[in-house]
Design a protein around this ligand. Structure first.
Ligand code: MRU
Length: 374
């Protein structure tokens, strides 16, 4: 089996691979990380990868919320799309007799979704966008239901297109011979398809640039070890896994000449991303290695500064245990912040669908938004 075929979609590759080993079923034919299918949401259970490709069929908003909380669905852009589809499920299956009743049900679903993971911007952006759309929709309850489902679908379609654009914009920063470090997973699995940071890498590889990637393990949930290596291996892009604490060593030995990461929220003064990002950014600064952040503008929150952001703290078991096995002595407490804050002074550029923004350009944009009072 040829694992070196580069395709538009990682799931498409998985599909091709599966046909050769077992009869294909409808889920395996899915080419996107998440899809709306006849009043259900079908998505990959990311806790089972890389060893099993399992699809979840979610039937209501509560199931979507649980999947987000348990990180079966993860990655800021994908969480945003899933939240939109969560509201779409509520609307699609609603028996509400009028718009007021439907709006109440949507509000309950919105509250459930908002209480899943607090840090990524996209979830809040997506539910606000859909609620705005419902308020602007006049006519029958059926018209409002259609508007909710339509807007959620639009958010998903846009995400796929935006990632391609980020890939094109960001690939300009990648040269032949580059050795790129990435952290966590900002790939197809964290989005509808293609990915942000990995989208840049994927486009550069498609342009025949000879590159190699170092993926950090990303303790404690191991998104780098489990998901990033999985995606890159399937694409045939050379990838080497390193422990999180090897980054200083790699840079001191000049084994890495660029860093590309995603973002969960970009505020006026900082990038909020997976725990460990700040450490990598400081090391990159010390060693003169450019540090690029790739994210859609739906991850921008130009009304906030880093102090306003709630950093999610997850269960301490994720740190005291390795998988299901306890590694710390009984009774030892652990602290488990899921994200950290990287001040913009450590960021070389922000790559989004609008282009490659230098930090001063990004800040000018933030100032314009504040001046307009948005
Ligand atoms: O906790 P996770 O796995 O949801 O965190 C994901 C990240 O930190 C990603 O880097 C970020 O969401 C960008 S994904 C395009």
């Amino acid at each position: 089996m040829n694992l070196h075929i580069r395709s538009e979609s990682i799931l498409h590759e998985i599909h091709r691979y599966k046909i050769s080993i077992k009869k294909v079923d409808t889920e395996a034919a899915q080419t996107k990380t998440i899809e709306w299918k006849n009043g259900t949401v079908v998505t990959v259970d990311q806790t089972k990868l890389p060893h099993k490709l399992v699809f979840l069929k979610l039937k209501d908003c509560r199931e979507v919320a649980s999947a987000i909380k348990e990180m079966k669905i993860r990655g800021a852009p994908l969480i945003g799309v899933a939240a939109g589809y969560g509201l779409a499920l509520t609307a699609h299956h609603s028996k509400a007799l009028n718009k007021k009743e439907l709006m109440k049900q949507l509000q309950v679903s919105t509250d459930i979704l908002r209480n899943t993971r607090p840090t990524g911007a996209n979830l809040f952006w997506a539910v606000d966008r859909i609620l705005k759309r419902t308020r602007e929709t006049s006519g029958s309850v059926e018209a409002v239901k259609r508007a909710v489902v339509g807007e959620a679908w639009k958010i998903a379609e846009e995400d796929a297109r935006i990632n391609k654009k980020i890939g094109e914009n960001g690939a300009r920063l990648i040269q032949n011979g580059d050795s790129i470090l990435t952290h966590c997973n900002a790939g197809a699995l964290a989005t509808v398809e293609y990915g942000t940071a990995l989208g840049m890498i994927r486009t550069a590889w498609a342009q025949k640039k000879k590159i190699q990637v170092y993926a950090t393990e990303t303790r404690p949930r191991l998104q780098g070890a489990r998901l990033t290596t999985y995606e890159l291996k399937r694409e045939g892009i050379p990838v080497t896994l390193v422990a999180d604490d090897a980054v200083g060593y790699l840079m001191s030995r000049c084994l890495v000449n660029k860093v590309v990461v995603g973002a969960d929220r970009i505020v006026r003064d900082a990038v909020i991303n997976k725990i460990g990002t700040y450490t990598i950014a400081v090391l990159a600064h010390e060693h003169g290695v450019p540090f690029y952040v790739a994210a859609p503008t739906s991850s921008f929150d130009l009304t906030q500064v880093s102090e306003d952001v709630v950093i999610e703290e997850r269960n301490m078991d994720e740190v005291t245990h390795f998988g299901s096995e306890r590694i710390a002595p009984n009774g030892v407490r652990a602290l488990n912040p899921a994200f950290d804050v990287t001040p913009l002074k450590y960021v070389s550029s922000i790559v989004c669908e609008k282009g490659v923004l230098k930090v001063d350009e990004f800040q000018r944009l933030a100032n314009q938004v504040t001046a307009r009072g948005e």
